[in-house]
Design a protein around this ligand. Sequence first.
Ligand code: ARG
Length: 299
Amino acid sequence: MPLFERAADWPRRPAALPAVPPPRGALLGDPAEFRIEAARNPHMIRAGGGLKEVDADRARKQWEALRSALAALGLETPVLDPVPGLVDLCFPANPSLVLRRPGAGASVWLGRMAFPCREGEVALHRSFFEARGFRPRELPAEIRPFEGAGDGVQHPGRFLLHAGVGGRSTRSAWEALAREEPGLDILLYRLQDPRFYHLDTALSPLTEETALFVPSAFDAEGRGLLQAAFPRLLEVEEAEALAFAANAWCPDGRRVLIEESCHDTRRRLEREGFEAVPLPTSEYRKSGGSVFCLKQALP
Ligand code: ARG
């Protein structure tokens, strides 16, 4: 089974794996219903206790700015319409996993949400992808949770998946995916810290060689795997990690969409030859997400 949890057991390196084309679009979710009505992760709770509150107007403006930035990179940006009560629909990274395949095309795997209140989003993803001619697939019925691209982060340019195991995706989900996708190498990371509850809060691959990561979110084996997969690993310090610096997205290998307050990480990116595209995501960070989770990459 092509599932690996230690660098010593992984016989390949990314450059040896089949190439996949870069994403051409980003699916977004309209934030009209976005709010915080229960704490699903530690970011949603105020320092003194109680739930954080979202400023709806600011959230709308921030989302529009993200959409414009994505469009300016030449990406198409289809949008899921709001549905009453689906407050987290603006985080399309979680209800599905879109795996870009060698050559062209993609397989679409539907998520199994950790919280029942998000389950309704899965049907919206199913309809969206069916309307585009995909045949969305499901993991065996007993497998839960499995939060899609929140925990399944594809290596840039390669048929290789970085997969997080924690409160939002079980190990059995990745074992099932490995059986269904025999040509795919899956690297498994055990998430160590409830504040980095999805892999995409702690790892942001930028190019085939380079990734931003939060060291404390991983155990020693996980850090070893990251070293094997990315010759150029850029550490994010805790303060900026908590502001979601490692939830950045680099769709073209050069420009990195990143939360604007992460100044150190932005400078680091520029020094490394990237162009940082700062975006305000304060309202979404209150819910535990930033740039990466506000979209689902499309083939
Ligand atoms: N409030 C959402 C939740 O807890 C945030 C999801 C953020 N998504 C992500 N991929 N990190 O489910």
